[in-house]
Design a protein around this ligand. Structure first.
Ligand code: G6Q
Length: 549
Protein backbone atom coordinates (compact mmCIF):
# COMPACT_ATOMS: atom_id res chain seq x y z
CA UNK A 1 0.00 0.00 0.00
CA UNK A 2 1.29 3.48 -0.95
CA UNK A 3 2.01 5.51 2.12
CA UNK A 4 2.91 9.13 1.56
CA UNK A 5 3.38 9.81 5.24
CA UNK A 6 5.96 7.01 5.56
CA UNK A 7 8.34 8.53 3.01
CA UNK A 8 11.63 10.09 4.17
CA UNK A 9 10.64 13.34 2.44
CA UNK A 10 7.40 13.57 4.43
CA UNK A 11 9.25 12.71 7.63
CA UNK A 12 11.83 15.43 6.99
CA UNK A 13 9.06 17.97 6.44
CA UNK A 14 7.35 16.90 9.67
CA UNK A 15 10.60 17.28 11.57
CA UNK A 16 11.24 20.69 10.09
CA UNK A 17 7.67 21.76 10.75
CA UNK A 18 8.16 20.98 14.44
CA UNK A 19 11.10 23.38 14.42
CA UNK A 20 9.55 26.30 12.59
CA UNK A 21 5.83 25.98 13.31
CA UNK A 22 5.93 28.86 15.77
CA UNK A 23 8.42 31.07 13.99
CA UNK A 24 6.73 34.35 13.11
CA UNK A 25 6.78 35.75 9.59
CA UNK A 26 8.00 39.01 11.10
CA UNK A 27 11.10 37.17 12.30
CA UNK A 28 11.63 35.54 8.92
CA UNK A 29 11.50 38.95 7.23
CA UNK A 30 13.78 40.52 9.82
CA UNK A 31 16.34 37.75 9.42
CA UNK A 32 16.30 37.68 5.65
CA UNK A 33 16.17 41.02 3.90
CA UNK A 34 16.16 39.27 0.51
CA UNK A 35 12.99 37.33 1.07
CA UNK A 36 10.97 39.17 -1.55
CA UNK A 37 13.79 38.89 -4.08
CA UNK A 38 14.17 35.20 -3.36
CA UNK A 39 10.53 34.31 -3.16
CA UNK A 40 8.87 35.96 -6.09
CA UNK A 41 8.61 34.88 -9.71
CA UNK A 42 7.88 36.94 -12.79
CA UNK A 43 6.04 35.22 -15.58
CA UNK A 44 5.20 37.42 -18.56
CA UNK A 45 2.85 40.08 -17.14
CA UNK A 46 2.26 38.25 -13.88
CA UNK A 47 4.21 38.63 -10.66
CA UNK A 48 3.78 35.88 -8.09
CA UNK A 49 4.97 36.89 -4.63
CA UNK A 50 5.13 34.03 -2.16
CA UNK A 51 7.52 35.63 0.30
CA UNK A 52 4.82 36.02 2.97
CA UNK A 53 4.62 32.26 3.49
CA UNK A 54 5.71 30.39 6.58
CA UNK A 55 8.72 28.81 4.95
CA UNK A 56 12.46 29.18 5.25
CA UNK A 57 15.08 27.94 2.81
CA UNK A 58 15.00 24.46 4.30
CA UNK A 59 11.21 24.11 4.17
CA UNK A 60 11.22 25.31 0.56
CA UNK A 61 13.87 22.77 -0.43
CA UNK A 62 12.11 19.94 1.39
CA UNK A 63 8.81 20.74 -0.33
CA UNK A 64 10.53 20.62 -3.71
CA UNK A 65 12.15 17.32 -2.72
CA UNK A 66 8.76 15.85 -1.91
CA UNK A 67 7.55 16.87 -5.38
CA UNK A 68 10.57 15.16 -6.92
CA UNK A 69 10.09 12.07 -4.83
CA UNK A 70 6.50 11.84 -6.10
CA UNK A 71 7.92 11.77 -9.65
CA UNK A 72 5.98 14.89 -10.46
CA UNK A 73 7.83 15.47 -13.73
CA UNK A 74 6.76 12.08 -15.06
CA UNK A 75 3.20 12.67 -13.84
CA UNK A 76 3.08 16.03 -15.67
CA UNK A 77 4.33 14.38 -18.87
CA UNK A 78 1.73 11.64 -18.50
CA UNK A 79 -1.01 14.28 -18.54
CA UNK A 80 0.37 16.27 -21.48
CA UNK A 81 0.97 13.18 -23.57
CA UNK A 82 -2.50 11.72 -23.22
CA UNK A 83 -2.00 8.83 -20.81
CA UNK A 84 -5.28 7.74 -19.23
CA UNK A 85 -4.50 9.33 -15.89
CA UNK A 86 -8.19 9.58 -15.01
CA UNK A 87 -8.03 5.95 -14.02
CA UNK A 88 -11.48 5.53 -12.46
CA UNK A 89 -13.12 6.62 -15.71
CA UNK A 90 -10.42 5.26 -18.04
CA UNK A 91 -9.89 8.65 -19.67
CA UNK A 92 -7.03 10.87 -20.73
CA UNK A 93 -6.91 14.45 -19.45
CA UNK A 94 -6.02 16.63 -22.38
CA UNK A 95 -7.46 20.09 -21.87
CA UNK A 96 -3.93 21.32 -22.60
CA UNK A 97 -4.35 20.08 -26.21
CA UNK A 98 -7.23 22.55 -26.62
CA UNK A 99 -4.80 25.45 -26.19
CA UNK A 100 -1.81 23.85 -27.86
CA UNK A 101 -1.03 26.89 -29.98
CA UNK A 102 1.94 25.72 -32.05
CA UNK A 103 -0.32 22.81 -32.91
CA UNK A 104 2.27 20.12 -32.17
CA UNK A 105 0.93 16.63 -32.45
CA UNK A 106 -0.84 15.31 -29.38
CA UNK A 107 -1.28 11.59 -29.76
CA UNK A 108 -4.11 9.94 -27.91
CA UNK A 109 -5.05 6.31 -28.55
CA UNK A 110 -2.66 6.25 -31.51
CA UNK A 111 -4.24 9.30 -33.17
CA UNK A 112 -3.28 12.97 -33.28
CA UNK A 113 -6.14 14.92 -31.67
CA UNK A 114 -5.06 18.30 -33.06
CA UNK A 115 -6.84 18.11 -36.46
CA UNK A 116 -10.16 17.59 -34.64
CA UNK A 117 -9.40 20.33 -32.12
CA UNK A 118 -8.56 22.76 -34.90
CA UNK A 119 -11.56 21.82 -36.98
CA UNK A 120 -13.89 22.71 -34.08
CA UNK A 121 -11.99 25.95 -33.44
CA UNK A 122 -12.43 26.83 -37.10
CA UNK A 123 -16.14 26.07 -36.95
CA UNK A 124 -16.43 28.27 -33.85
CA UNK A 125 -14.50 31.05 -35.57
CA UNK A 126 -16.77 31.01 -38.63
CA UNK A 127 -19.88 30.91 -36.50
CA UNK A 128 -18.72 33.84 -34.37
CA UNK A 129 -17.83 35.78 -37.52
CA UNK A 130 -21.30 35.17 -39.00
CA UNK A 131 -23.11 36.13 -35.81
CA UNK A 132 -21.05 39.31 -35.38
CA UNK A 133 -21.37 40.37 -38.99
CA UNK A 134 -25.12 39.83 -38.93
CA UNK A 135 -24.90 37.18 -41.63
CA UNK A 136 -26.41 34.76 -39.13
CA UNK A 137 -29.92 36.03 -38.65
CA UNK A 138 -32.71 34.99 -36.36
CA UNK A 139 -35.99 33.65 -37.79
CA UNK A 140 -37.42 37.14 -38.25
CA UNK A 141 -34.32 38.39 -40.03
CA UNK A 142 -32.91 40.24 -37.04
CA UNK A 143 -29.27 39.88 -35.97
CA UNK A 144 -28.39 38.04 -32.76
CA UNK A 145 -27.57 40.34 -29.86
CA UNK A 146 -28.25 38.13 -26.81
CA UNK A 147 -26.34 34.95 -26.07
CA UNK A 148 -27.76 32.62 -23.42
CA UNK A 149 -25.59 29.79 -22.15
CA UNK A 150 -27.65 27.03 -20.55
CA UNK A 151 -25.36 24.67 -18.65
CA UNK A 152 -24.27 23.82 -15.13
CA UNK A 153 -21.07 23.01 -13.23
CA UNK A 154 -18.16 22.80 -15.64
CA UNK A 155 -20.45 23.84 -18.49
CA UNK A 156 -21.29 27.08 -16.69
CA UNK A 157 -18.78 28.31 -14.12
CA UNK A 158 -15.80 28.76 -16.44
CA UNK A 159 -17.58 30.63 -19.26
CA UNK A 160 -19.55 32.75 -16.75
CA UNK A 161 -16.39 33.70 -14.88
CA UNK A 162 -14.45 34.51 -18.07
CA UNK A 163 -17.26 36.59 -19.59
CA UNK A 164 -17.45 38.63 -16.39
CA UNK A 165 -13.67 38.99 -16.17
CA UNK A 166 -13.31 40.09 -19.79
CA UNK A 167 -16.30 42.41 -19.94
CA UNK A 168 -14.09 45.28 -21.09
CA UNK A 169 -13.45 43.23 -24.28
CA UNK A 170 -17.12 42.55 -25.01
CA UNK A 171 -18.39 43.22 -28.51
CA UNK A 172 -20.53 46.35 -28.56
CA UNK A 173 -24.21 45.48 -28.67
CA UNK A 174 -23.69 41.88 -27.56
CA UNK A 175 -24.91 40.69 -24.18
CA UNK A 176 -24.42 37.32 -22.51
CA UNK A 177 -26.60 35.54 -19.95
CA UNK A 178 -26.13 32.34 -18.00
CA UNK A 179 -28.84 29.97 -16.84
CA UNK A 180 -27.64 27.12 -14.67
CA UNK A 181 -29.91 26.38 -11.73
CA UNK A 182 -32.86 24.03 -12.09
CA UNK A 183 -34.69 26.52 -9.88
CA UNK A 184 -37.26 27.89 -12.34
CA UNK A 185 -36.64 31.39 -11.02
CA UNK A 186 -33.25 31.40 -12.71
CA UNK A 187 -34.62 30.93 -16.22
CA UNK A 188 -37.77 32.96 -15.58
CA UNK A 189 -35.81 36.04 -14.52
CA UNK A 190 -33.43 35.70 -17.48
CA UNK A 191 -36.14 35.21 -20.11
CA UNK A 192 -37.85 38.40 -18.93
CA UNK A 193 -34.90 40.34 -20.31
CA UNK A 194 -34.91 38.68 -23.73
CA UNK A 195 -36.44 39.11 -27.13
CA UNK A 196 -36.65 35.70 -28.88
CA UNK A 197 -35.96 37.28 -32.27
CA UNK A 198 -32.48 38.37 -31.24
CA UNK A 199 -31.58 35.56 -28.81
CA UNK A 200 -29.32 32.58 -29.36
CA UNK A 201 -29.40 29.75 -26.82
CA UNK A 202 -26.27 27.66 -26.38
CA UNK A 203 -27.11 24.35 -24.73
CA UNK A 204 -23.82 23.51 -23.05
CA UNK A 205 -23.67 19.95 -21.83
CA UNK A 206 -20.93 17.42 -22.33
CA UNK A 207 -23.31 14.50 -21.75
CA UNK A 208 -26.52 16.23 -22.91
CA UNK A 209 -28.34 14.31 -20.20
CA UNK A 210 -27.83 16.55 -17.15
CA UNK A 211 -31.20 17.06 -15.46
CA UNK A 212 -30.80 20.78 -14.77
CA UNK A 213 -29.57 21.66 -18.25
CA UNK A 214 -32.09 19.53 -20.11
CA UNK A 215 -34.95 20.91 -18.01
CA UNK A 216 -33.87 24.49 -18.69
CA UNK A 217 -33.18 23.78 -22.37
CA UNK A 218 -36.68 22.37 -22.81
CA UNK A 219 -38.16 25.34 -20.95
CA UNK A 220 -36.22 27.72 -23.22
CA UNK A 221 -37.43 25.89 -26.32
CA UNK A 222 -41.02 25.95 -25.04
CA UNK A 223 -40.75 29.68 -24.32
CA UNK A 224 -39.31 30.30 -27.78
CA UNK A 225 -41.97 28.27 -29.58
CA UNK A 226 -44.79 29.73 -27.54
CA UNK A 227 -44.02 33.20 -28.82
CA UNK A 228 -46.04 34.31 -31.80
CA UNK A 229 -45.37 32.48 -34.98
CA UNK A 230 -42.28 30.51 -33.94
CA UNK A 231 -42.01 27.07 -35.53
CA UNK A 232 -39.86 24.00 -34.96
CA UNK A 233 -37.77 24.92 -38.01
CA UNK A 234 -36.94 28.28 -36.39
CA UNK A 235 -35.22 26.46 -33.55
CA UNK A 236 -32.25 25.86 -35.85
CA UNK A 237 -31.58 29.61 -35.98
CA UNK A 238 -31.82 30.16 -32.26
CA UNK A 239 -30.37 27.04 -30.63
CA UNK A 240 -26.89 25.55 -30.80
CA UNK A 241 -25.37 22.70 -28.78
CA UNK A 242 -21.95 22.34 -27.19
CA UNK A 243 -21.61 18.66 -26.47
CA UNK A 244 -19.98 15.30 -26.99
CA UNK A 245 -23.33 13.55 -27.55
CA UNK A 246 -24.48 13.98 -31.18
CA UNK A 247 -27.43 11.60 -30.83
CA UNK A 248 -28.99 13.38 -27.86
CA UNK A 249 -28.43 16.75 -29.55
CA UNK A 250 -30.40 15.68 -32.66
CA UNK A 251 -33.10 14.14 -30.51
CA UNK A 252 -33.54 17.48 -28.76
CA UNK A 253 -34.20 19.04 -32.16
CA UNK A 254 -30.94 20.89 -32.68
CA UNK A 255 -29.49 20.58 -36.15
CA UNK A 256 -26.13 18.71 -35.86
CA UNK A 257 -24.73 21.49 -38.08
CA UNK A 258 -25.21 23.75 -35.05
CA UNK A 259 -23.40 21.36 -32.77
CA UNK A 260 -19.91 22.20 -31.57
CA UNK A 261 -18.18 19.08 -30.49
CA UNK A 262 -15.66 18.19 -27.84
CA UNK A 263 -14.39 14.95 -26.44
CA UNK A 264 -14.31 12.60 -23.49
CA UNK A 265 -10.78 13.66 -22.67
CA UNK A 266 -11.98 17.14 -21.72
CA UNK A 267 -13.16 17.16 -18.10
CA UNK A 268 -16.19 19.37 -17.39
CA UNK A 269 -14.37 21.76 -15.06
CA UNK A 270 -11.51 22.03 -17.58
CA UNK A 271 -13.77 22.62 -20.58
CA UNK A 272 -13.92 26.40 -20.99
CA UNK A 273 -11.10 26.05 -23.55
CA UNK A 274 -13.27 23.80 -25.73
CA UNK A 275 -16.56 24.36 -27.57
CA UNK A 276 -18.00 25.03 -24.10
CA UNK A 277 -16.24 28.40 -24.46
CA UNK A 278 -18.45 29.44 -27.41
CA UNK A 279 -20.35 31.94 -25.25
CA UNK A 280 -16.98 33.54 -24.43
CA UNK A 281 -15.97 33.73 -28.10
CA UNK A 282 -19.34 35.22 -29.04
CA UNK A 283 -19.13 37.78 -26.26
CA UNK A 284 -15.52 38.95 -26.63
CA UNK A 285 -14.71 37.87 -30.18
CA UNK A 286 -12.83 34.86 -31.48
CA UNK A 287 -9.51 36.70 -31.66
CA UNK A 288 -9.72 37.38 -27.93
CA UNK A 289 -10.77 33.80 -27.24
CA UNK A 290 -7.65 32.68 -29.09
CA UNK A 291 -5.53 35.09 -27.05
CA UNK A 292 -6.89 33.47 -23.92
CA UNK A 293 -5.85 30.06 -25.28
CA UNK A 294 -2.43 31.54 -26.03
CA UNK A 295 -2.06 32.80 -22.46
CA UNK A 296 -2.98 29.38 -21.10
CA UNK A 297 -0.55 27.71 -23.49
CA UNK A 298 2.27 29.91 -22.22
CA UNK A 299 1.49 28.84 -18.66
CA UNK A 300 1.43 25.20 -19.85
CA UNK A 301 4.94 25.62 -21.23
CA UNK A 302 6.10 27.27 -18.00
CA UNK A 303 4.59 24.43 -15.98
CA UNK A 304 6.00 21.68 -18.17
CA UNK A 305 9.50 23.07 -18.66
CA UNK A 306 10.48 25.15 -15.63
CA UNK A 307 12.44 23.63 -12.74
CA UNK A 308 10.18 23.08 -9.76
CA UNK A 309 11.88 25.72 -7.60
CA UNK A 310 10.88 28.41 -10.15
CA UNK A 311 7.62 26.87 -11.26
CA UNK A 312 4.60 28.91 -10.10
CA UNK A 313 1.91 26.16 -10.08
CA UNK A 314 4.30 23.72 -8.40
CA UNK A 315 5.23 26.23 -5.69
CA UNK A 316 1.59 27.23 -5.08
CA UNK A 317 0.65 23.57 -4.78
CA UNK A 318 3.49 22.61 -2.45
CA UNK A 319 2.77 25.58 -0.18
CA UNK A 320 -0.85 24.46 -0.03
CA UNK A 321 0.25 20.96 0.97
CA UNK A 322 2.57 22.43 3.61
CA UNK A 323 -0.40 24.15 5.25
CA UNK A 324 -3.03 21.43 4.80
CA UNK A 325 -0.90 18.50 5.91
CA UNK A 326 1.46 20.02 8.44
CA UNK A 327 -0.29 23.13 9.81
CA UNK A 328 -3.65 21.31 9.73
CA UNK A 329 -5.23 24.07 7.68
CA UNK A 330 -8.78 23.36 6.51
CA UNK A 331 -9.60 26.24 4.21
CA UNK A 332 -7.92 28.53 1.71
CA UNK A 333 -9.31 31.94 0.78
CA UNK A 334 -8.90 33.51 -2.66
CA UNK A 335 -9.63 37.23 -2.72
CA UNK A 336 -9.48 39.07 -6.03
CA UNK A 337 -9.15 42.83 -5.72
CA UNK A 338 -10.87 43.58 -9.00
CA UNK A 339 -14.60 43.51 -9.50
CA UNK A 340 -14.30 41.90 -12.93
CA UNK A 341 -12.78 38.87 -11.14
CA UNK A 342 -15.65 38.54 -8.69
CA UNK A 343 -16.64 35.10 -10.03
CA UNK A 344 -13.10 33.75 -9.88
CA UNK A 345 -13.42 32.27 -6.35
CA UNK A 346 -16.66 30.52 -7.34
CA UNK A 347 -14.97 29.05 -10.41
CA UNK A 348 -12.00 27.94 -8.30
CA UNK A 349 -14.26 26.26 -5.78
CA UNK A 350 -15.34 23.74 -8.38
CA UNK A 351 -11.92 23.43 -9.97
CA UNK A 352 -10.20 22.73 -6.68
CA UNK A 353 -12.81 21.04 -4.51
CA UNK A 354 -14.35 18.79 -7.16
CA UNK A 355 -10.85 17.80 -8.23
CA UNK A 356 -9.16 17.24 -4.89
CA UNK A 357 -12.06 16.66 -2.51
CA UNK A 358 -11.17 12.96 -2.39
CA UNK A 359 -10.32 10.56 0.40
CA UNK A 360 -9.43 7.50 -1.67
CA UNK A 361 -6.02 7.13 -3.28
CA UNK A 362 -5.46 6.10 -6.90
CA UNK A 363 -4.82 2.61 -5.54
CA UNK A 364 -8.23 2.47 -3.91
CA UNK A 365 -7.06 2.90 -0.31
CA UNK A 366 -8.41 5.40 2.19
CA UNK A 367 -5.68 7.99 2.68
CA UNK A 368 -4.32 8.81 6.13
CA UNK A 369 -3.54 12.46 5.40
CA UNK A 370 -5.63 15.49 4.54
CA UNK A 371 -6.32 16.36 0.90
CA UNK A 372 -8.10 19.32 -0.74
CA UNK A 373 -9.04 22.23 1.52
CA UNK A 374 -12.25 24.24 1.33
CA UNK A 375 -11.62 27.03 -1.17
CA UNK A 376 -13.66 30.17 -0.81
CA UNK A 377 -13.67 33.92 -1.15
CA UNK A 378 -15.31 37.03 -2.54
CA UNK A 379 -13.79 40.13 -3.99
CA UNK A 380 -12.02 42.77 -1.93
CA UNK A 381 -12.65 45.24 -0.44
CA UNK A 382 -16.11 43.74 0.23
CA UNK A 383 -14.46 40.77 1.94
CA UNK A 384 -12.78 43.11 4.42
CA UNK A 385 -16.15 44.26 5.69
CA UNK A 386 -17.53 40.78 6.21
CA UNK A 387 -15.27 37.85 7.12
CA UNK A 388 -11.74 39.26 7.34
CA UNK A 389 -12.35 39.62 11.08
CA UNK A 390 -12.17 35.84 11.41
CA UNK A 391 -8.99 35.61 9.34
CA UNK A 392 -7.27 38.28 11.45
CA UNK A 393 -8.45 37.33 14.91
CA UNK A 394 -10.31 34.02 14.80
CA UNK A 395 -8.99 30.66 15.94
CA UNK A 396 -8.24 29.17 12.51
CA UNK A 397 -5.22 29.62 10.30
CA UNK A 398 -6.45 30.58 6.81
CA UNK A 399 -3.94 31.12 4.02
CA UNK A 400 -5.03 33.73 1.48
CA UNK A 401 -4.30 34.37 -2.20
CA UNK A 402 -4.62 38.02 -3.20
CA UNK A 403 -5.05 38.70 -6.91
CA UNK A 404 -5.14 42.13 -8.55
CA UNK A 405 -4.29 43.93 -11.77
CA UNK A 406 -1.89 46.88 -11.69
CA UNK A 407 -3.83 48.74 -14.37
CA UNK A 408 -7.53 49.29 -14.07
CA UNK A 409 -9.78 49.12 -17.11
CA UNK A 410 -12.09 51.73 -15.70
CA UNK A 411 -11.31 55.41 -15.63
CA UNK A 412 -11.08 55.64 -11.89
CA UNK A 413 -7.30 55.38 -11.31
CA UNK A 414 -7.80 57.14 -8.02
CA UNK A 415 -10.22 54.45 -6.89
CA UNK A 416 -7.87 51.75 -8.12
CA UNK A 417 -5.13 53.14 -5.87
CA UNK A 418 -7.55 52.99 -2.94
CA UNK A 419 -8.46 49.42 -3.86
CA UNK A 420 -4.86 48.24 -4.13
CA UNK A 421 -3.76 50.16 -1.04
CA UNK A 422 -6.32 48.07 0.82
CA UNK A 423 -5.02 44.82 -0.64
CA UNK A 424 -1.38 45.60 0.18
CA UNK A 425 -2.44 46.70 3.65
CA UNK A 426 -4.33 43.47 4.26
CA UNK A 427 -1.44 41.26 3.25
CA UNK A 428 0.90 43.30 5.43
CA UNK A 429 -1.51 43.19 8.36
CA UNK A 430 -1.99 39.44 7.99
CA UNK A 431 1.75 38.92 7.95
CA UNK A 432 2.75 41.29 10.74
CA UNK A 433 -0.26 41.44 12.99
CA UNK A 434 -0.12 43.83 15.93
CA UNK A 435 1.68 42.82 19.11
CA UNK A 436 0.60 43.46 22.67
CA UNK A 437 3.47 45.90 23.02
CA UNK A 438 2.28 47.86 20.00
CA UNK A 439 -1.26 47.94 21.32
CA UNK A 440 -0.03 49.22 24.71
CA UNK A 441 1.92 51.97 22.99
CA UNK A 442 -1.06 52.87 20.88
CA UNK A 443 -3.30 53.07 23.94
CA UNK A 444 -0.81 54.94 26.06
CA UNK A 445 -2.34 58.33 25.33
CA UNK A 446 -5.94 57.11 25.46
CA UNK A 447 -6.51 57.58 29.15
CA UNK A 448 -7.25 53.86 29.62
CA UNK A 449 -5.49 52.42 32.64
CA UNK A 450 -5.26 49.43 34.97
CA UNK A 451 -7.96 46.77 34.76
CA UNK A 452 -9.80 48.71 32.09
CA UNK A 453 -6.75 48.72 29.83
CA UNK A 454 -6.00 45.04 30.48
CA UNK A 455 -9.58 44.10 29.63
CA UNK A 456 -9.47 45.68 26.18
CA UNK A 457 -5.86 44.75 25.38
CA UNK A 458 -6.28 41.29 23.85
CA UNK A 459 -9.17 42.44 21.73
CA UNK A 460 -6.83 44.81 19.97
CA UNK A 461 -3.98 42.35 19.42
CA UNK A 462 -3.59 40.76 15.97
CA UNK A 463 -1.51 37.55 16.05
CA UNK A 464 -0.51 37.93 12.38
CA UNK A 465 1.66 35.16 10.90
CA UNK A 466 -1.04 34.46 8.32
CA UNK A 467 0.47 33.17 5.08
CA UNK A 468 -0.49 34.91 1.85
CA UNK A 469 0.41 34.84 -1.83
CA UNK A 470 0.03 37.98 -3.90
CA UNK A 471 -0.53 37.69 -7.63
CA UNK A 472 -0.13 41.00 -9.44
CA UNK A 473 -1.19 41.08 -13.06
CA UNK A 474 -0.13 43.99 -15.24
CA UNK A 475 -3.59 44.16 -16.80
CA UNK A 476 -6.45 41.69 -16.94
CA UNK A 477 -6.39 40.74 -20.62
CA UNK A 478 -7.49 37.55 -22.39
CA UNK A 479 -3.83 36.40 -22.30
CA UNK A 480 -3.21 37.09 -18.63
CA UNK A 481 -6.57 35.61 -17.62
CA UNK A 482 -5.75 32.48 -19.66
CA UNK A 483 -2.43 32.18 -17.84
CA UNK A 484 -4.04 32.76 -14.45
CA UNK A 485 -6.66 30.05 -14.95
CA UNK A 486 -4.08 27.56 -16.26
CA UNK A 487 -1.86 28.39 -13.29
CA UNK A 488 -4.59 27.32 -10.84
CA UNK A 489 -5.51 24.28 -12.95
CA UNK A 490 -1.93 23.08 -12.72
CA UNK A 491 -1.72 23.85 -9.02
CA UNK A 492 -4.69 21.56 -8.49
CA UNK A 493 -3.06 18.92 -10.68
CA UNK A 494 0.17 19.00 -8.67
CA UNK A 495 -1.63 18.63 -5.36
CA UNK A 496 -3.56 15.63 -6.67
CA UNK A 497 -0.30 14.13 -7.94
CA UNK A 498 1.39 14.51 -4.58
CA UNK A 499 -1.62 13.21 -2.66
CA UNK A 500 -1.91 10.30 -5.10
CA UNK A 501 -5.59 10.97 -5.77
CA UNK A 502 -7.47 11.16 -9.05
CA UNK A 503 -8.21 14.85 -9.56
CA UNK A 504 -10.31 14.19 -12.64
CA UNK A 505 -13.33 12.19 -11.54
CA UNK A 506 -16.26 13.35 -9.37
CA UNK A 507 -18.12 10.32 -8.03
CA UNK A 508 -19.20 12.40 -5.06
CA UNK A 509 -21.94 14.10 -7.07
CA UNK A 510 -23.72 10.84 -7.94
CA UNK A 511 -25.54 9.79 -4.76
CA UNK A 512 -27.61 12.96 -4.42
CA UNK A 513 -28.61 12.74 -8.10
CA UNK A 514 -29.91 9.17 -7.66
CA UNK A 515 -31.86 10.03 -4.52
CA UNK A 516 -33.36 13.15 -6.09
CA UNK A 517 -34.87 11.06 -8.91
CA UNK A 518 -36.60 8.78 -6.45
CA UNK A 519 -37.82 11.67 -4.32
CA UNK A 520 -39.17 13.53 -7.35
CA UNK A 521 -41.32 10.50 -8.18
CA UNK A 522 -42.55 10.35 -4.58
CA UNK A 523 -43.44 14.02 -4.54
CA UNK A 524 -45.66 13.41 -7.55
CA UNK A 525 -47.62 10.55 -5.94
CA UNK A 526 -50.45 10.76 -3.37
CA UNK A 527 -49.12 8.05 -1.06
CA UNK A 528 -47.78 8.80 2.36
CA UNK A 529 -43.99 8.94 2.13
CA UNK A 530 -42.45 6.48 4.57
CA UNK A 531 -39.51 4.78 2.85
CA UNK A 532 -36.80 7.14 4.15
CA UNK A 533 -35.39 7.99 7.55
CA UNK A 534 -37.68 9.86 9.94
CA UNK A 535 -36.34 13.29 9.10
CA UNK A 536 -36.55 12.90 5.32
CA UNK A 537 -40.05 11.35 5.52
CA UNK A 538 -41.16 14.21 7.75
CA UNK A 539 -39.75 16.90 5.47
CA UNK A 540 -41.17 15.36 2.30
CA UNK A 541 -44.66 14.93 3.73
CA UNK A 542 -44.61 18.45 5.19
CA UNK A 543 -43.48 19.90 1.85
CA UNK A 544 -46.25 18.09 0.01
CA UNK A 545 -48.92 19.10 2.51
CA UNK A 546 -47.90 22.74 2.36
CA UNK A 547 -46.92 23.43 -1.22
CA UNK A 548 -50.42 24.43 -2.14
CA UNK A 549 -50.96 21.75 -4.77
C1 G6Q B 1 -17.13 18.90 -13.91
C2 G6Q B 1 -18.23 18.01 -13.62
C3 G6Q B 1 -19.59 18.65 -13.63
C4 G6Q B 1 -20.20 18.80 -15.02
C5 G6Q B 1 -21.68 19.13 -14.87
C6 G6Q B 1 -22.36 19.33 -16.17
O1 G6Q B 1 -16.00 18.57 -14.00
O2 G6Q B 1 -18.15 16.91 -14.41
O3 G6Q B 1 -19.61 19.91 -13.01
O4 G6Q B 1 -19.54 19.77 -15.76
O5 G6Q B 1 -22.31 18.11 -14.14
O6 G6Q B 1 -22.26 18.19 -16.96
P1 G6Q B 1 -22.67 18.22 -18.46
O7 G6Q B 1 -21.75 19.15 -19.18
O8 G6Q B 1 -22.53 16.81 -18.95
O9 G6Q B 1 -24.08 18.72 -18.54
Amino acid sequence: MFSLTETDEWGALQEHYDKIANVHLRTLFEKDKDRFKKYHIKFNDILFDFSKNRIDNIAFKLLIKLAEHRKLKAQIEAMFTGEKINTTEGRAVLHTALRNRPIDEVIFDGKDVMPEVNAVLKKMKNFVRDVHSGKWKGCTGMPITHIVNIGIGGSHLGPAMVCEALKPYSKPGMSVHFISNVDGCDIAETLKQLNPDTTLFLIASKTFTTQETMTNALAAKKWFLSLTGKKDKDVALHFAALSTNTEAVSEFGINPKNMFEFWDWVGGRYSLWSAIGLSIALYIGFDNFEKMLQGAYQMDVHFRKTPFSENIPVIMAMLGIWYVDFFNVKTHAVIPYYQYLKLFPEFLQQLDMESNGKRVSKDGDIVNYSTGPVVWGVSGTNAQHSFFQLIHQGTQLIPVDFIAPIETQCDEQNQHDILLANMFAQSEAMMKGKTEKEVREELSGSGLKGAELEKILNHKVFPGNIPTNTILIKKLTPETLGSLIAMYEHKVFVQGAIWNINSFDQWGVELGKQLAKRILAELGSDNDISAHDGSTNGLLNYYRENNGR
